[in-house]
Design a protein around this ligand. Structure first.
Ligand SMILES: NC(=O)c1ccc[n+]([C@@H]2O[C@H](COP(=O)([O-])OP(=O)(O)OC[C@H]3O[C@@H](n4cnc5c(N)ncnc54)[C@H](OP(=O)(O)O)[C@@H]3O)[C@@H](O)[C@H]2O)c1
Length: 296
């Protein structure tokens, strides 16, 4: 039987990638966000409004909720703590409550920022969490709220998300390397980028293979390891803005209110094993994204 899937935060990076996935799916999708975009057929739904959530889920007979909504401005969260907490901690619990009431599956997205980044081998799902930022702390509280609600849930921790939609590192680097003769990019933070299209494909595969026995936390990013500097160089090379000189620098050279994880590589064994998903190498996926950006 076809699923009836509610997407929240549908105007964000991941939400827009879910729209593309939905086009070739047999399931019925309803896309919602706090800003309605007519040409995208987005319906208004605020994830902090439990009455509106209940109404939407009941009226549309939703059996799967995919929460792509969040407070994602990591720096701003340090001073806008109340709003970050509302969206990243309270709202996921609210979604989980509504999901439990109708026995729906909640697919919720979390982050590598739940770890302190002091590790030196890929993080597995059971590794000790110790966020070093307000953003990471609010996202960890969101995970706990979902788990404690008792609803059916899949929590996916991802990292370094980028796509052709919204604001992200890849698009920023394209703009900077197209307009400046020289830039500096940090070389002492190591991780793996995640093309949001690959994450959306993974969510589709999870929805397809979910049988009620796989609830839990999963890690997903692309494969491979790089620094932001390596990532920036690959973006410039693939986009063709190689005249800009890209120089490596340390995190200390950038004034930031947030201590970002130095090491945030995620181990993807569990998601591969459980759902049989494909995890492309980050460079291969970057190539696909840049081809898509160029053809827009
Ligand atoms: N971006 C990353 O590098 C990264 C890394 C790791 C994990 N993640 C996680 O991945 C998920 C998806 O991230 P993303 O980059 O796709 O996020 P995004 O582009 O910031 O999209 C989030 C969407 O949620 C909307 N939203 C805000 N408040 C809402 C509310 N009250 N009700 C409904 N929608 C609301 C936002 O609208 P406005 O824009 O109008 O606020 C935006 O359209 C998030 O859970 C994020 O924490 C992201």
């Amino acid at each position: 039987m076809a699923n009836r899937i509610l997407i929240t935060g549908a105007n964000g990076q991941l939400g827009n990638e879910m729209r593309i996935i939905a086009k070739s799916s047999d399931d019925s999708y309803i896309f919602t966000d706090v800003v309605q975009i007519d040409d995208h057929a987005t319906r208004y739904l605020d994830i902090t409004d439990i009455a509106a959530l209940r109404r939407m889920v009941a009226d549309e007979e939703i059996n799967i909720i995919i929460n792509c909504a969040a407070y994602t401005n990591v720096d701003k969260a340090e001073c806008d703590t109340a709003r970050a907490t509302l969206l990243n901690s309270t709202a996921p619990s609210t979604l989980a409550t509504v999901a439990r009431e109708v026995d729906a599956l909640l697919v919720h997205i979390s982050t590598d920022y739940v770890f302190d980044g002091q590790g030196n081998k890929p993080y597995i799902e059971d590794d000790r969490t110790a966020p070093t930022s307000i953003y990471g702390g609010t996202k960890l509280a969101g995970e706990k709220g979902v788990i404690n609600s008792g609803c059916r849930h899949i929590i996916i921790r991802t990292a370094w998300l980028y796509s052709e939609f919204g604001r992200n590192f890849c698009k920023t680097m394209i703009n900077l390397t197209s307009s400046k003769p020289q830039i500096r990019v940090v070389d002492d933070q190591i991780g793996t980028p995640t093309y949001a299209r690959d994450l959306a494909r993974t969510i589709e595969a999870i929805v397809k293979h979910y049988d009620g026995s796989q609830d839990g936390i999963y890690h997903y990013s692309n494969e491979g390891i790089c620094s932001w500097y390596d990532f920036a160089r690959a973006i410039a090379e693939l986009y063709g803005t190689t005249e800009c000189e890209i120089l490596p620098c340390t995190s200390d050279e950038f004034a930031s209110v947030v201590k970002r994880p130095a090491y945030s590589v995620l181990d993807k064994s569990k998601i591969r094993r459980t759902f049989g998903v494909d995890v492309p190498h980050w460079r291969e996926s970057l190539e696909e994204c840049i081809t898509n950006i160029k053809s827009r």
